[in-house]
Design a protein around this ligand. Structure first.
Ligand code: KIV
Length: 256
């Protein structure tokens, strides 16, 4: 059954929410068939698919194209399009771009920080997932956020503001586990952690990280469930060797 916002909201405190990024049809289809709750077309696309250094070169068109591919594959998961940098600088462009993502197949959108834009989008009938903590569109120094008392209080207040703005969930990235617990307990919408410890209402990771398909960074919070990068290299090596040595194609691969 297709996941809905009210289902995701109702899972808080009862059942852990599972979320992964996906950018293409086949990966999305596989995780959808295995029962993932939410698929995010993250702007991590920039690094893990498009080969940029960070998320800052990702465009609205990039997210639209990949959202289409993911949406065509997904029967049950809730589809979230990540609004890339500069696509929600003001109310008008936020609404215009959110509309484009919904037309591409997303059910709703994610933005970093920004309670004012979140409120405007919600008032204009868009559902919004927020993202706080280490927010790669504005923080390029990849370190744990909210370690000092003052930044801890700021993050708790920001989470409350985003809840009041009408967001239906909040991604907490790279914050201490006990701060994630405090935030989770102080708001009534689900928190979804990445590098935020075990006390969030759900968990998200970048699919390329869990499959061993991205080796430029290996953050402590990632658990690798497969080593497809190594498998791919082995397959390519064997193919190249077979063709060079005349072992492929053979009689059984030929038409007569
Ligand atoms: O872009 C992304 O993949 C994300 C997740 C890390 C939450 O925002």
């Amino acid at each position: 059954m297709k996941a809905t916002i009210s289902k995701i909201r109702s899972m808080k405190g009862k059942e852990k929410i599972t979320m992964l990024t996906a950018y293409d049809y086949f990966t999305a289809k596989a995780m959808d068939e295995e029962g993932i709750d939410i698929i995010l077309i993250g702007d991590s696309l920039g690094m893990v698919v498009l080969g940029y250094e960070n998320t800052l070169s990702v465009t609205v068109d990039d997210i639209m194209r990949h959202t289409g591919a993911v949406a065509r594959a997904s029967k049950n998961a809730l589809i979230v399009a990540d609004m890339p940098v500069n696509s929600y600088n003001d109310n008008e462009s936020a609404a215009l771009n959110a509309e484009a993502f919904i037309k591409s197949g997303a059910d709703n959108v994610k933005i970093e920080n920004n309670p004012e834009i979140a409120k405007f989008l919600v008032e204009n009938n868009f559902e919004v997932m927020a993202h706080i903590g280490l927010t790669p569109q504005t923080i390029t120094d990849f370190k744990v956020q909210g370690k000092e008392k003052s930044s801890e209080i700021k993050l708790i207040n920001l989470a409350k503001e985003l809840e009041n703005a009408g967001c239906y969930s909040i991604v907490l990235e790279c914050v201490p586990a006990m701060l994630a617990k405090k935030i989770t307990e102080s708001i009534s919408i689900p928190t979804i952690g990445i590098g935020a410890g075990p006390y969030c209402d759900g968990q998200v990771l970048v699919v390329n990280d869990i499959l061993g398909l991205y080796d430029k960074l290996s953050p402590k919070f990632v658990k690798k469930y497969a080593d497809l990068g190594k498998e791919m290299k082995n397959a390519f090596k064997s193919y190249i060797k077979d063709v060079k040595q005349g072992n492929f194609p053979k009689e059984e691969h030929s038409f007569h």
